[in-house]
Design a binder for this molecule. Structure first.
Ligand SMILES: [Zn+2]
Length: 353
């Protein structure tokens, strides 16, 4: 029996497939057309890893299955090659990003070819190629003209080491998912796409995906983050002292807190936005104690709690010896949705979730 030699057999067939352009999809084919798309990889200096291989192999298996069933299959590939990591890598290496990106793409392509995936390489795209990004720019202009792209200042999660903004999902326990550096909040003027205009449509669309796991649909729902908000009526005919308790990981400068405090002050009221000692490690006991000792809460006080602040306000009510004028809870975490994952404040709180 001959010894199995993958290095020999695989390269032999990969060469034949390449020579015959076996996986190039034909535009004018009479067969049923199928389009199988997996997101394009980011060509980092470290090359591709097993996490890349998994989805591409799955797409490959499915594409081959469809071809064997007589379909004309387009299984495309390309490089999602723009981004701050590319710039940071170029700075670190002291080389222009166009050169390092080209090198990284060549290396990743070599790796991918060795996996023998059935991509249509004749349609390979690269997002840093002007003939590609002219369409990204064109799309942006259409969004802009339709009022769906706008510039605004917002607080973002910022990794000081990677010098990049991070999505909420990329911040794990207050640290950068990529490098473990403590994430800070940074005010940044930047462009936004008004995805909120599509919140309803996106939520409706989720209902047409019976084959999606519930957990994934819930993640999407949370990501869409539709919020109906609340209308709050405040008694203004007296001299109440307003104390606003922000949510977890918020500072007094975020969300609606400064706006609300300003409005109340304009109406001649006293308003304080409570400043947590840290935006990460708020222990329930410390916060409640601090509020009771340092904020002169009395029958003149209106406590306004948002998110974590809502729970803290209730905890204060449990401990305080005298009544307060009013308590307002806005968007407290009281819905079953908050059980979707472990929340960092659970470990510092007696609250049961
Ligand atoms: Zn980082």
């Amino acid at each position: 029996m001959n010894k199995h030699s993958p290095a020999k057999i695989e390269t032999k067939w990969q060469r034949i497939w390449q020579g015959k352009k076996a996986f190039a999809a034909r535009d004018n084919s009479k067969k049923t057309k199928k389009y199988i798309l997996v997101e394009f990889p980011y060509p980092s200096g470290a090359g591709l890893h097993m996490g890349h291989l998994r989805p591409y192999v799955a797409g490959d298996v499915y594409s081959r299955y469809l071809r064997m069933q007589g379909n004309e299959v387009l299984y495309p590939i390309g490089w999602d090659a723009f981004g701050l990591p590319a710039e940071n890598y170029a700075i670190k290496m002291g080389v222009h990003p166009s050169i390092t990106t080209k090198k990284n793409v060549a290396n990743a392509k070599k790796q991918m070819l060795s996996w023998g995936l059935s991509f249509d390489w004749s349609r390979e795209v690269n997002t840093t190629d002007p003939s590609y990004y002219q369409w990204t720019q064109w799309l942006f202009l259409q969004f802009y003209k339709a009022g769906l792209a706008y510039e605004a200042t917002g607080m973002i999660n910022w990794c000081p080491k990677d010098k990049t903004g991070l999505a909420n999902e990329e911040v794990i326990d207050g640290k950068c998912e990529r490098c473990g550096t403590e994430v800070v909040k940074k005010e940044l003027r930047q462009w936004y796409l008004k995805i909120t205009a599509y919140a309803e449509k996106l939520l409706e669309g989720l209902k047409n995906l019976p084959e999606w796991p519930e957990a994934v649909k819930l993640q999407q729902e949370n990501w869409i983050g539709k919020s109906v908000g609340a209308e709050i009526g405040f008694p203004l005919g007296n001299n109440h002292n307003y104390v606003i308790l922000p949510g977890w990981t918020s500072t007094e400068k975020e969300n609606f807190y400064p706006w609300l405090a300003d409005r109340l002050r304009l109406a001649g009221k006293t308003a304080t936005v409570y400043k947590y000692k840290s935006t990460e490690e708020n222990s329930e006991e410390e916060v409640v104690q601090d509020l009771l000792t340092n904020l002169n809460l009395d029958e003149n006080t209106v406590l306004i709690g948002h998110s974590l602040g809502a729970a803290m306000a209730l905890k204060v009510l449990e401990k305080i010896q005298k009544p307060v004028a009013k308590i307002v809870l806005a968007g407290g975490f009281m819905t079953p949705k908050f059980k979707d994952k472990a929340r960092p404040f659970e470990k510092n709180s007696e609250l049961e979730f």
